[in-house]
Design a binder for this molecule. Structure first.
Ligand code: 3HC
Length: 697
């Protein structure tokens, strides 16, 4: 059975791609299209050809799973040659998402039609690739070089309306369904067949690229130099579009695209980004949940606590169209909270990231109260109050009294024991962690934390909720700090020790930023404020294990009244938001080294990165073995979406696997010998390294 069934209707050959779920252009699809075009060419009764997706979408791109393997013919250029060489007009009929190689196939058809809900785009950059099937050459020829750069570098699909305006499609077909699209496309194809050929080909056009400002390409590179530091694909994309404009022939430009695509496909960055794509989708799947478990419907929500976090979470619901009530103890707290939310919307409207009407609509969905009785009918309530078990007990006791049966009782705690919180209710099966990241309305991660008694339905409901809110969910088990903050603790700890051993905060930050983190750990701490962590540490001081190494540097900085950016000084000195290294802090750190008897030595940037990531992977291995994370890739997803881990590096567990677990173990063992118990190798790391395996292999 062909992956592209062929039939003739009313003199038009219809090639229907049948490769669920997204009709990716796997080898069978490529074979089917080439064969179909050949068959149609040879059939005298056929006057035109329609290429259409079966099911929910046109082709959503190359089959990403094939990129790791030896590619089998026919290759993309072979399919494109076949489409373009057809003397009978070929019409691409688009619905769903026509993306990447799929959209490139469409661009090499003579005509394109779509239904109004269709989206088209070239998102390859998100996978560390460039459009390698002629997209960098044909798109500029249709929309001009500047717009093509915009679309390819942005990687975001556009709607049919905009595509029509840009001349990317010829017609929006009436109707909403695939059969309606097909009927419209057949009628369109018959019309075009009646017109004498040759039919238009994007490759033959020069009108939109002639007269391109030659400075455009350097300007784009210069404008994005900082954002693209260390990345490959973006620069290659600019090079290819420039070739489309500057090379004498289409084929010369295409050769530049081909060569660069091959380089990117083989690159470590693209491998990491492709891994991240699948890791994100995998994280949503929870083994062991009964097949028939149905998430509870969430039509209304309540958030307890109108602070920064509570307000951000309320915005998440409102942005997703879910009515939400914000509850706080006093009217003053409510007023301050709602003012902050309004301010956030005003800022995003001013920045142009949210249209005014959407902001108004979202604000209209947020209401406030000081009384628990008012939120009783909410389908879910998310608690975001102070991180203190006593306070949490009070809140959950109150929720247990008022909330309707079946309401989900969620906590946004970032460290505390979910079972402890659940114990203040008589319905621990409805209690679960939904840990959002600050700013909650921006950060994509939703770290859901299951308690010992959280029901399958409660788990399924918060996993589904994340999708509704446009978040990426990961399911963690219950331990101090869960996945994210437990590893963050180790990450920060090792940075602090390196300060005592000879590094400076600015060197650590620079090394981490060169690796790809948007912000180093000390700039981050200064931004978040140092006082909260200090107060937590003071609270735990009595119970801290004094036999373990502890760095007092952060405490000393707080004792100086330096709480970070908000006080004008922390690890760095600040003028507004501008951080500068502070010799006073360097002196302080040196005095701590002397006091603790830690010899100072030169620490290299490479040692900083290797030490931090090895420590993270070692802790990750423990988390994995304890079942706190379901898969190594869930730890990576947590870091990619919650902690700014550079996506093109894949995540700490991916990094470790790429290094080779044996090599990582060697580093861990070396630090274990030097630093002692905090570096005890994770048994799982030892086991996998000995077996010569990765985390899953
Ligand atoms: N190749 C292989 N599998 C793919 C795929 C692809 N291009 N796109 C999606 N899938 C798989 C997903 O992994 C998922 O599998 P699972 O059910 O086993 O987890 C399934 O299809 C459904 O995907 P989503 O869960 O993402 O479904 P959504 O409906 O939320 O989104 C989508 C659909 C918008 C098409 C989204 O999947 C997507 O963005 N896909 C990637 C598109 C893309 O990047 N295309 C370019 C590829 S590179 C290329 O074409 C190179 C060319 O220039 C030569």
């Amino acid at each position: 059975m062909s992956a592209v069934p062929y039939r003739v209707e009313n003199g038009v050959a219809v090639l229907t791609i049948d490769n669920p779920p997204v009709n990716a252009a796997s080898r069978a699809v490529r074979v089917g299209i080439v064969d179909g075009i050949k068959q149609a060419g040879a059939d005298a009764s056929v006057k035109a050809i329609v290429l259409i997706g079966g099911g929910r979408t046109f082709i959503a791109g190359a089959d990403i799973r094939e990129f790791g393997q030896q590619l089998q013919p026919p290759h993309f250029p072979d399919v494109i040659d076949a489409l373009e060489a057809s003397t009978k007009p070929v019409v691409a009929a688009l619905h769903g998402t026509a993306l990447g190689g799929g959209f490139e196939f469409a661009l090499s058809c003579h005509y394109r039609v779509a239904i109004a809900s269709a989206k088209v785009g070239l998102p390859e950059v998100n996978l560390g690739l460039l459009p390698g099937a002629g997209g960098t050459q044909r798109l500029p020829r249709i929309v001009g070089a500047a717009k093509a750069l915009d679309m390819i570098l942005g990687g975001k699909p556009i709607g049919a309306d905009e595509a029509l305006k840009l001349g990317l499609i010829e017609q929006i077909v009436a109707g909403k369904t695939q059969p309606e699209l097909e009927a419209g496309a057949i009628a369109f194809a018959r019309e075009r067949a009646a017109v004498a050929g040759p039919h238009p080909r994007a490759r033959d056009r020069v009108d939109k690229i002639q007269g391109t400002d030659p400075a455009l390409f350097d300007e784009v590179r210069a404008k994005n130099a900082k954002k693209w530091a260390g990345r490959l694909a973006e620069f290659k994309i600019v090079e290819c579009v420039q070739a489309a404009v500057e090379k004498k022939t289409f084929d010369e430009g295409s050769a530049v695209e081909r060569d660069n695509f091959v380089i990117l496909r083989a690159s470590a960055q693209s491998k990491a980004l492709r891994y991240a794509f699948f890791a994100e989708r995998e994280a949503a799947k929870i083994p062991g949940l009964p097949d028939d478990v149905k998430p509870r419907e969430i039509k209304s929500a309540a958030v307890i606590g109108a602070g920064t976090m509570g307000g951000g979470i309320a915005m998440c619901f409102a942005n997703a169209g879910v009515a939400v009530q914000m509850l706080d103890a006093s009217q003053a707290a409510i007023d301050a909270g709602i003012a902050r939310v309004r301010g956030n919307y005003a800022t995003s409207v001013a920045r142009g990231s949210t249209p005014q009407d959407r902001a108004d609509k979202a604000l209209g969905l947020i209401s406030t109260t000081t009384r628990y009785e008012d939120i009783a009918q909410a389908d879910i309530v998310v608690e975001a109050v102070f991180e203190d078990m006593k306070v949490k007990h009070d809140v959950f006791g109150a929720l247990d009294r008022v909330m309707k049966p079946g309401a989900i009782l969620a906590t946004n705690t970032s460290t505390l024991d979910i079972d402890g919180i659940a114990s203040s209710t008589k319905r621990p099966e409805d209690v679960i962690g939904t840990h959002f990241f600050s700013p909650a309305n921006v950060m994509k991660l939703q770290e859901n934390v299951r308690g010992a008694k959280s029901s399958a339905q409660t788990i399924a409901s918060v996993m589904a909720l994340a999708k509704t809110l446009g978040k990426v969910p990961v399911l963690a088990g219950n331990c101090h700090g869960f996945i994210g903050n437990r590893i963050l603790y180790v990450y920060g700890r090792e940075c602090d020790f390196m300060l005592e051993e000879g590094a400076t905060p600015w060197q650590v930050d620079r090394a981490l930023q060169a690796f790809g983190f948007p912000m180093g750990v000390y700039l981050m701490r200064d931004l978040a404020g140092l006082d909260v962590g200090w107060s937590v540490r003071k609270g735990r001081e009595a119970t801290r294990d004094k036999s373990l190494r502890y760095s007092p540097v952060a405490d000393r900085i707080c004792e100086m009244g330096r709480f970070g950016q908000k006080t004008g000084a922390g690890y760095y000195k600040y003028e507004g938001r501008n951080a500068t290294p502070d010799p006073e802090i360097e002196k302080l750190i040196e005095s701590v080294s002397v006091e603790l008897g830690v010899p100072r030595r030169a620490v290299t940037d490479e040692q900083i990165v290797t030490r931090v990531l090895s420590a993270m992977a070692n802790e990750g291995a423990k988390i994995l073995a304890e079942g706190i994370a379901i898969r190594a890739s869930d730890i990576d997803v947590t870091y990619l979406y919650g902690y700014g881990f550079p996506r093109h590096q894949g995540g700490p567990m991916f990094w470790a696997e790429e290094q080779g677990l044996a090599k990582v173990l060697e580093t861990v063992q070396r630090y274990h010998a030097e630093q002692g118990v905090l570096w005890t190798p994770a048994p799982l790391l030892v086991e996998r390294a000995a077996a010569g395996k990765g985390w899953t292999g």
